[in-house]
Write a new protein. Sequence first.
Lengths: 108, 517
Amino acid sequence: MMLAALMLVYAGWMALCLAMTRHQRPLLQRELGRRASALLRAGGASLLLLGLAAALCAQGWQIGPVAWVACLAVSGIALVLTLPYRPRACLRFAGLALALAPLLAAWA
Amino acid sequence: MKQGFRQSMAWLHTWGGLLCTWLLFAVFFAGSLSFYREELTLWMQPELHQAQRGGDDGLAAALAVLQQRAPQARSWTIALPGPRDPVIEARWSHGKFDRKAVVVLDPATGRALEPRETVGGSFFRNFHFSLMLKRTGYWIVGVATLMMLVALITGVVIHKKIFKDFFTFRPGKSRPRAWLDVHNATGVMALPFLLTITYSGLLTLAYVYMPAGMIAAGIDSERFLGEISPRQEPPEARGGKPATLTALAPLLEQARRHWQGAAPGSVTIHHPGDIAAVIDVARRRGTGITARIEPVMRFDGVTGRLIAAQEQSAAGAVTYGAMYGLHVAWFAEPFLRGLLFVMGAMGCLVIASGAVVWGAKRREQHGATHAAAGYRAAESLNVAGIAGMAVATAVLLWANRLLPVELAERALAERQWFFGAWLLCLPHALLRPRVAAWREQLWLAAILLALLPFAVRFSGGLSLPQALLQGRGAVAGVELAALAFAALLAWAGHRIASVKPAPPRARRARPLSEAAA
């Protein structure tokens, strides 16, 4: 479940990153419209919140929020430090993370 | 000051941060390692590597040893094995704490083990809040921690584009720019952690830093801490008649049921063998987020009847326990512990990258050839404070393996090797050119860490393949982490070595305050 939280949060950061005009060209080779960006922003925020839900399920109300903050920090810095070197790989990994998250949640 | 608010904050962030950089890096570095204190302690005692939980976890053996060694003791304390600590510890006391009055047992076989004297992982824990200077150290670290809090808040104030630059890292740009991106991104991503760990760190020693409340209430720090930790009252005097101790296992089971499955962590037996014997069972630490306020259940030592189950701590104690618990993270299971360690490393990266940005900006402004004594000294301190810390840690781990087991004051000798190595890094950094100093110290640490798995030849204990095959996560984890860090440090040394010094810029660089924003 914790792994699922980490994956959801990573995908969430990626969606929020994609919602920013500055990062769209290196990641997607084009710029998205205002509507698509807004959708990505909402999706990213929802994924971060889903990550919180997963962390709460895994660790309960006392420790869950701490675990969520840890997921935010670790997946966030992993994304930022690899993004300029391997933008496409980051994007693919985010897609994979999103696909894996429900499986991981169901498995553990 | 004539400048604007943001500029004065930038000044405070730059110079206040610089002043405490080396100390804060050491504190964060050692503090991060403290997340693995028990694993490091186990690794540093190869004599315990084979210990394994099993059966009654060695309870009967511990009682037999205590009966044999200290039948007349005032109390016996048995620390039960846990998920991170495989051995059982039997202590006795004749009224005063005696470090030597302890036997360590293998829970599975009940055999007494003789672990070497070592500083253990506790060294990093103690170093990170006291610098091994006792109260003086508390104050030095306290001032630096306060500065860290100031640096975090001023950092947020001067970071104008905190959202726009949220995911920004431009390694292709100029050195100071790229390092500033690293500094900003790491700082922002780890901000909740950094604020929490800094603030809760201050609070753990609040009774040292701000004793006014205690003084007003007329109590000393010992009494204060005693009132925070729930303790049953000292038991009544000895009865004077011998009696057989009740069986412990049913009491532990009762306690476990009472705590809804949370395991007991230790058993204390007052007046063992006496008619007035009393047994206190304390819950294992790390059951909830709070620390230091683990509940205690008291039983009659002869009949096994429950005397008292202390339940609720006072609100103040719970608040302190929660802040303390957030700091020490005893609650963290392995996955979360790993994340916490990475966040600690991010804290180190924030501090180190801040120092690098400072140096790179100075060089950019004044040209690569600029060598004013003050800047040169600060740069050397960067090398010795950051790379030197890695060297000293690797040396400490090697000293643990190589120093003879029978050496008197062995733990002290290990400490001296750590501090000696760290001190030697400073003249090296001062004497060598800047890039060479970085590279040599990083590579030295990398080599020492890479060879660490071979140190088992000199000490006995589990080798890395054995530890992996037998699933001893703590032992294997320390060595795998050493290998991973060796690779990281070697890569960092390689990157630094490949840097060409930037030509001095024609135009004067922008003022720091503007560039930092």
